[in-house]
Design a protein. Sequence first.
Length: 447
Amino acid sequence: MDAAVNTLTSKAELAFAETFDRVKAELPGADSVHELRNDAMRGFARTGLPNRRVEEWKYTDLYARLDDAFAPPAGEGPKLTRDDVLQALGSELAALDCHLIVLVDGQVAIGLSEMNFLGEQGELSSMASALAAPPTWLEERLADGEMAPQNAVLCLNTAMMSDGVALRVAADVSIEKPIHIVHLHTATTPVGIATRHVIALEARARASVLESHVGPSSAAVQHNVASDVSLAEGAAMHHLKIQQESDSATHLSTWRVALAASTNYDAFQFVGGTGLTRNEIHLSFNGEHARGGVNGVFMGASEQHIDTTLFVDHAAANCVNRMVFKGVLDDAARGVFQGKIMVRQQAQKTDSNEMVQGLLLSERAEFDSKPELEIFADDVLCGHGSTSGQIDEDLLFYLRARGIGELEARSLLIQAFAGEALELIENETIREALGEAVRGWLAHRIG
C-alpha cells in the first residue's frame, strides 16, 4: 500500500486496506485494470471513509456507522436453480418476461444467466471476464473520473470490484425485453461484496435495464455496487432498481450517467428494506435536447437509514430533467434526500425540477431534505420543492366516515401517496410488482 494509508484510522478503514492487500492478486483484470485498482485504493487511503464534516455526507456519517469491513465470500456459494432465483424475487417480478442475468453473492452465475441474446448486436459478458482483456469502451468508462468526483465509496468499488455486467448495445439496436440483473445474497456469514456494471448504448440504441437486490439471508452483507451508464446521441434507456435486502445489510450504490445529445433516460429506484442505504446518482447532460428523469420511492421502518443523494449537472443547452421522490418512514427510521441541480453558463433553456415528499408514520421517524439549485445561466426554468408531514387527518376521517376501518384507511392513503411516484414507471409489470411490494410492506407494518 501507499504510505498515505497511514491516514486511515478507524477499524473499518484499516480492514478495507488490509483486505485489499490480501485479495488484490486474486481479483480479475489485466495489468491496466490492476493499476486502476491500485490508484483507486490510494485515493481511498487519502480520503478515508466520509464523515459528517463532509457536506455531501453530513446526514450519513459512514465513518461512524461502519465499525468493520467484511472480507469477500470464500469458496463457491450454494448451487441454486432458476426456480430458487424466481422464488426470491417474488411472484410479480418472477413473471416478468425478460433477459435474466443472475449474480449470486457478487459473482455472475453463468448457468442461471442468459448471456447470448445480443448476438452481433453488441457485447455482453460478465465483468470478471471482460476485465481480463477490457475493450476500449469499457476501459475508458472505468477510468473516467471527470463526471463524478472521486469519493471513498467509488474508490473502494473500483479497487475491489469482483464481477458485474459489461453491456454494449450497438447503434440502432432496440432490445425489446428488459434486461434483469438480479443480485441475490445467500451468505450465512458476514461478507463484503463489490460489483460493477458498465452499460453503453450507442447512437439511437434502446434498452431497459432492471437491477434487483434481494437478500433473504439475515447475515450482515456490505454491498458496494456501481453502475456506469453512457448514452450516445439519440439513445434511450429505462433504468430501474428494486432493493429489498435484510435489516442487517449495508447497501452503498453509485450510479454515474452521461447523456449525449437528444437522448432519453428514465430511471426509478425503489427501496423497501436494508439497514443502511446510500444511493448516490450523478446525472450529466452533456449534449443538447437530452431528457432525463430520476424518480423513486423509499420505505423505511425499525432503525433503517435510507439516503438518496443526487447531483444533476446541466452542461448543455435545451435539456429537460424531472425528479420525484416519495418517502414513507415508520418507527425510528431515518430518510435523507439531497438533490443538487447545477446549471452551467452554457446550459441556456434548461428546464429542471425536483420534488421530494416525506410521510412520517411515527413521532420517532426523521426526514432530512436538502434540495439545491446552483444556476449560472440566465434563461432557465428551474425549481425544487420539499415537504414532510403525517397522514392527513381530514382524509382519514373522510374514508372512515364511509365505513372503512382505520388500518385499511391508513393503508389506502399511504398506497396513494407512494402511487403518485410509481405511476411514472412505464413498464406495467414492474409497476405492479412495486405496487405489490408497497402493499406487502404495509401489511407487515400496519396489518
